[in-house]
Design a protein. Structure first.
Length: 278
């Protein structure tokens, strides 16, 4: 009986010791986690992250950067813990995605880096003055960029939207075509790659950079526009880990005059820095 009691006692001690050791290892592992896994679109986002890589390395961090061309995969990968952060989107896109994916408590934005003015581009015309009846204008078809594109067309006198319609506008909200143009909806990336096939196209700044057509801009959003304030690009992380030390280190490395200068020197106004934040 005594031997049985002793054996049970030893097993209990071993189990408790094992649990304590596992907990200690987990805490130690989290504390010493020095790898920052980040997903980013090719340009300018991944380029900006690579620019701060030496700064983070001096702080003992390793950057694991994965480039994406499909916007729809990055937030899911973050929610599934396949990365620690992503950098490619604006708040409106994030809000729409989390709502549709029922993931509003899983991922969140933590820092604003820059904005990319949406512009009207053409390789077939020299200016918007050449816009004529019957011509085609491509616009993004997604719910956030589509309304933004229509606002830019209105700002340039091409269409008139119904009263009260702005970022949430759709083609059905066009009250009047001031020019008898055809508005063709397509994927945001296709607006850039299909530029030779239309007369004009409304393109996001990063897609213009990727397609190497940033010098073909005819008009762009003003710095004081509603869209500019609503579509700044953000760092997004898992909500449960937003206060992790490595996330703080990432934000600190981005929030500098050096990053501001890098953006100003490399993107010809297609990307506009919003750092440093004091």
């Amino acid at each position: 009986m005594k031997l049985k009691t002793l054996a049970v006692g030893l097993c209990t001690i071993a189990l408790l010791a094992g649990c304590g050791s596992k907990g200690d290892d987990a805490g130690k592992s989290e504390k010493e986690d020095k790898t920052i896994r980040i997903g980013a679109s090719v340009t300018p986002h991944a380029e900006i992250i690579r620019h701060i890589q030496p700064v983070l390395e001096k702080e003992g961090y390793t950057l694991d950067i994965k480039e994406y061309t499909d916007y729809n995969k990055m937030n899911q990968a973050l929610a599934d813990d396949d990365m620690d952060a992503n950098f490619f989107q604006h708040q409106q896109f994030l809000d729409n995605w989390t709502k549709n994916a029922n993931a509003e408590d899983k991922i969140t934005s933590v820092f604003t880096v820059h904005y990319e003015p949406m512009g009207i581009y053409s390789v077939n015309h020299k200016s918007l003055k050449e816009l004529a009846d019957g011509q085609k204008i491509a616009v993004p078809h997604d719910s956030t960029n589509g309304g933004r594109a229509l606002m830019l067309l209105q700002e340039n006198g091409i269409i008139t939207l119904k009263k009260g319609k702005g970022i949430d506008a759709t083609k059905q909200d066009i009250k009047k075509y001031n020019k008898k143009v055809e508005i063709v909806e397509m994927d945001a990336t296709a607006c850039a790659t299909s530029l030779p096939d239309v007369d004009f196209s409304v393109i996001n700044g990063n897609n213009a950079l990727l397609a190497k057509v940033s010098d073909k801009v005819m008009a762009s959003e003003s710095k004081d526009s509603e869209a500019t304030k609503s579509f700044a690009n953000v760092i997004v992380v898992q909500t449960a880990h937003k206060d992790d030390e490595k996330i703080k280190a990432l934000i600190k490395a981005l929030n500098t005059e050096d990053v501001k200068k890098f953006i100003e020197d490399n993107y010809d106004g297609i990307v506009v820095p919003l750092v440093p934040v004091k």
